[in-house]
Design a protein around this ligand. Structure first.
Ligand code: F6P
Length: 483
């Protein structure tokens, strides 16, 4: 890491709440940065290299006092957050106001004015950091709900920039969004972008409706004509760009001999059950883990499934652990797991193998290879990349994906067994269909799922977004609202 370099200007700047690296401190106190797993870095790495790029984001812990550094071949521009910023902007407004509000108020959102003020302040610091490193006319791509005010702030200070925004989570219907006391500021913040991308057609539609209700700007899909203060108009493109994974890379990982061997070991370790079912989620109330456990527990209690034949492996990775709703969820899930295991496991066969950990990518790939059925029962989910990772790992073309219709992925993965997680009887029936599905049907479904995930990978996603952004910017500069 070096802090003495002169300030540089970059042609391509990514802005996201977290930097794409995690800080690792060795027992002797030495600090290093490890690439955090996730498709976004993989997708943007080639663009970053080709375009001389930089990444603006938070180092993941309060008060790190970092200066720009290089990690994994990428220039990192850290934005420092204090402990109060983390509490108000990240845990508070981002994850206890916006997150529940944007996920259908599954948990009640909290509205606090001091959290909003912190959100405005931190967004301004992200915008300043991006503006200070972006070259004249550069492309700046802002990501996700934590940073919705950044596009407008950037446009005000740097009208020369080409500004894109992508929302990784759902955008709620107006009836829900309108609860937000700062709804107009959020919509106006986003409208600073040239292109606003959403996961699903429905999200883009919800946003356009919010724009109509709150601002009066004319909308004709996919264009919103933003009336500027000087009387001119500026076109903003609003479109779905469903995100994906680095499919080829994930499949290559699943094919590795070490991953195959590990998958066998996992199966043996579980007592060689006929069927391994798998759930992989951040421990979040949007994921429907409780609904999944309820359905599975009932199937075991009724004898429709037997613990000698079936094991459910549930990976619940720790998340946002200081937010009250997440603490309550952990207690609830772990109580349920304990009850099901206590009531229904035998000495030699466990009903649920539960893991409150995050695992490295290799271990995840081994779990996907080992699992005969993947259960995705989200009550609301922007996309759900776990579903796509499972499909990418199934190069033998077997295995069954049970997928909630409330996950963005269900728009694309049409040959999955689609479920409504609120309908426990329906969910139970689909779980039985999955467990008993003939091999040929598994193959024909999985082949179609794999075709989709192979064609629409994360590289294509970033290429399509950036092409749309370049086109929108060319049009704007050509017709000149703010050239
Ligand atoms: O897309 C949802 C999201 O909030 C991402 O921004 C983030 O990478 C992921 O979920 C994990 O959340 P957090 O950064 O709060 O741990």
């Amino acid at each position: 890491m070096s802090s003495t370099e002169p300030a540089r200007e970059y042609d391509f700047v990514v802005v996201s709440n977290r930097l794409p690296v995690d800080r690792v401190v060795a027992p002797d106190g030495t600090e290093s940065w490890a690439a955090s797993p996730g498709g976004l870095v993989a997708a943007l790495e080639p663009v970053m290299r080709a375009a001389d790029g930089a990444w603006v984001g938070w180092g993941g812990q309060p008060d790190l006092g970092l200066t720009p550094f290089e990690a994994d071949g990428i220039r990192m521009i850290p934005v420092d957050l204090t402990a109060v910023d983390v509490e108000y902007y990240y845990e508070g407004f981002s994850n206890d106001t916006l997150w529940p509000l944007y996920h259908d108020v599954i948990s009640p959102p909290s509205f606090h004015r001091e959290w909003w003020e912190s959100y405005v302040d931190v967004n301004r610091r992200f915008a300043r950091a991006a503006a200070s490193v972006a070259a004249e006319g550069a492309t700046v791509w802002v990501h996700d709900y934590q940073l919705q005010l950044v596009p407008k702030m950037l446009r005000e200070s740097r009208p020369d920039l080409s500004i894109g925004f992508f929302n990784h989570i759902p955008f709620p219907p107006y009836g829900i969004f309108s609860q937000l006391p700062w709804r107009t500021q959020v919509v106006e913040g986003l409208l600073g972008a040239d292109v606003i991308g959403f996961q699903r057609v429905a999200d883009a539609g919800n946003f356009s409706r919010a724009v109509r209700r709150l601002t009066g700007h004319a909308t004709k899909s996919p264009v919103i004509e933003v009336a500027e203060d000087d009387g001119r108009t500026r076109s903003v493109i609003v479109r779905p760009f469903p995100i994906s994974i680095d499919t080829a890379n994930f499949e290559a990982l699943a094919r590795k001999a070490s991953v195959q061997a590990r998958a066998k070991e996992i199966r043996e370790g579980l007592g060689n059950p006929r069927t391994i079912m798998l759930g992989v989620d951040r421990l979040d109330y949007t994921k429907g883990i409780g609904h999944r456990l309820k359905a599975y527990g009932e199937l075991l209690a009724e004898g429709a499934l037997k613990v000698e034949d079936v094991t459910l492996v549930q990976v619940a990775s720790p998340s946002r652990e200081r937010v009250a709703a997440y603490m309550a969820l952990r207690d609830e899930i772990e109580l349920t797991v304990g009850r099901i295991n206590g009531d229904l496991s035998t000495i030699s066969h466990q009903a649920i193998s539960y893991h409150h950990h995050g695992y490295p990518r290799e271990e995840m790939a081994a779990l996907y290879v080992a699992a005969d059925v993947l259960l995705v029962t989200a009550l609301r989910d922007g996309m759900n990349l776990v579903a796509k990772e499972y499909v990418a790992s199934r190069f033998n073309e077997d295995g069954v994906l049970v997928l909630s219709e409330f996950a963005g992925a269900s728009d694309e993965l049409k040959k999955a067994l689609r479920i409504n997680p609120h309908d426990i009887d329906g969910l139970k029936a689909r779980i039985l269909d999955a467990v008993n599905m003939p091999y040929r049907e598994q193959q024909s479904r999985m082949r179609s799922l794999r075709k989709r995930v192979a064609e629409f990978d994360v590289q294509r996603w970033s290429r399509e977004f950036l092409e749309a952004l370049a086109e929108a910017t060319r049009t704007r500069r050509g017709t000149g609202a703010d050239v």
